[in-house]
Design a protein around this ligand. Structure first.
Ligand SMILES: NC(=O)c1ccc[n+]([C@@H]2O[C@H](COP(=O)([O-])OP(=O)(O)OC[C@H]3O[C@@H](n4cnc5c(N)ncnc54)[C@H](O)[C@@H]3O)[C@@H](O)[C@H]2O)c1
Length: 428
């Protein structure tokens, strides 16, 4: 099938590459000329495990083409995916300007009937706005579908190739047939392709992210309560996760959710609810809990330094909002670093530079007063603790990912403060 994917970010590039991998003739279009130039030279703008070989192979075999000419991409395709960004507007609602700009271009280049698919995360009613925008520019009949994407950064290729499910909202059996044809190779193992009406498909994406964000904030608050009452959240997690009604996933406490999706999607859903006068108190609490959680490591550091973080050098392991991605959008690590810098305002003036970036975890440690772990990269899981202790001025580790055993770290002579678990300290 001839497919255009407009927007070659984390989602568009993965969708385009994976659709080419299953034999479709795909053109990926983006207004960012530098990005397209790099992609043509097989230089990927993002880090995503397994993506590069698929891009290289399909480009070489001519099934995957990159262009800045969105109009031409539309003209040569039967199906057009809109995969551009939908960042939060000032009031928290999803900013649809990029989606609607693409819809206008699609309308102008509608040289034959096509299926227009919203892949971006968009509020209920957006597919209809896209339909109206396209129809302003053309008399040619076309279909609109809502096909939200559930891939996770860091496992995006795997998620797209073997999805738990594919959700698609359609306006006609004909559009459903086209989407089914495209997705059949990815749901061969029996995971469902769930066809529904368009508003329900749009809502499903927000409901899924809101549910996951809720689990995260719930566990983060339970973890804090564990600390206060002397319980261990790791044990509690195992205890509840084995209940099939609850399940194991998304029960790890951490530094707060970040990235380009959960924060903005929770905000956008709250906004939609407010617009319709529907109380969505639970998500407001989820958001407030997350904001507090992002400050937790800083507060722990403050406690360990008796309120005097100012002037201390802190090694931070991890900038991305989670492991296996280079995405730092809304990362809790940035909140910690900003808080540290604000505390160190005077030191900053003296030192001149705000942050020293180290290419290797150990390079950040020399002379630091403490280590703060924010991202759960594999290389941090089992490090050389003797070396860490030797490099740090004081053997203090605060860990938002609960990577180590508190008792073991205590035995090794560290003060080890993780989330929702007993403190590890030299005497423990
Ligand atoms: N990142 C994720 O993990 C993820 C997962 C599921 C859904 N989503 C949703 O998918 C959408 C895209 O997210 P992303 O992370 O890929 O965004 P991104 O910012 O990485 O990429 C968006 C791309 O669209 C391009 N673009 C903007 N306006 C354009 C236009 N008018 N014409 C052509 N290209 C244009 C930009 O240059 C950019 O390359 C968002 O709605 C997001 O919520 C993201």
């Amino acid at each position: 099938m001839k497919v255009a994917v407009v927007g070659t970010g984390y989602v568009g590039l993965v969708v385009g590459a994976c659709l080419a991998e299953t034999g479709n003739d795909v053109v990926c279009a983006d207004v960012d000329a530098a990005k397209i130039k790099d992609l043509k030279a097989n230089k990927l703008p993002i880090y995503e495990p397994g993506l590069e070989p698929i891009v290289v192979r399909n480009q070489r075999e001519g099934r995957l083409v990159f262009t800045t000419d969105v109009g031409n991409a539309v003209e040569r395709s039967e199906v057009v995916f809109i995969a551009v960004g939908t960042p939060p507007d000032e009031d928290g609602s999803a900013d649809l300007q990029h989606v609607l700009a693409v819809a206008t271009t699609i309308g102008k280049h509608m040289n034959a009937s096509k299926v227009v698919v919203t892949k971006s995360t968009v509020p209920v009613g957006t597919a209809e706005k896209v339909r109206a925008q396209v129809a302003r520019e053309t008399e040619t009949p076309f279909h609109v579908c809502a096909n939200p994407e559930f891939l996770k950064e860091g496992a995006a290729v795997e998620d797209f190739m073997k999805p738990d499910r594919v959700v698609v909202g359609v306006d006609s059996p004909e559009a459903a047939r086209v989407i089914e044809e495209l997705y059949t190779p990815f749901v061969r193992t029996g995971n469902p392709l769930i066809v529904m009406d368009i508003p329900s498909a749009e809502m499903t994406k927000y409901a899924a992210n809101a549910m996951l964000a809720t689990r995260i904030s719930f566990m983060n608050q339970i973890a804090q309560l564990c600390e206060a009452v002397g319980a261990d959240v790791t044990q509690v997690r195992r205890g509840i996760g084995s209940d099939r009604r609850i399940g194991q996933a998304f029960l790890f406490p951490g530094p707060g959710y970040g990235g380009s999706c959960f924060p903005k999607d929770v905000k956008a859903l709250i906004h939609t609810a407010e617009e319709r006068n529907v109380p969505l108190d639970i998500l407001k609490a989820v958001e407030a809990a997350n904001e507090r959680q992002k400050r937790l490591l800083f507060e722990k550091l403050e406690r360990h330094f008796d309120g005097h973080v100012k002037g201390r050098a802190i090694a931070v392991w991890g900038l991305a909002f989670k492991a296996e991605t280079d995405d730092v959008r809304a990362s809790p690590a940035l909140v910690l670093i900003e808080a540290l810098l604000a505390a160190m305002e005077t030191a900053r003036q003296q030192l001149g530079s705000r942050v020293t970036l180290a290419g290797h975890g150990f390079d950040a440690l020399a002379g630091a007063d403490a280590l703060a772990i924010v991202t759960e990269w594999l290389e941090y899981r089992n490090p050389d603790f003797a070396r860490i202790k030797q490099l740090l001025k004081r053997p203090l580790i605060v860990d938002a990912r609960n990577l180590y055993d508190p008792q073991k770290l205590g035995r090794l002579g560290f003060t080890y403060d993780s989330i929702g678990r007993p403190l590890g300290c030299a005497s423990s």
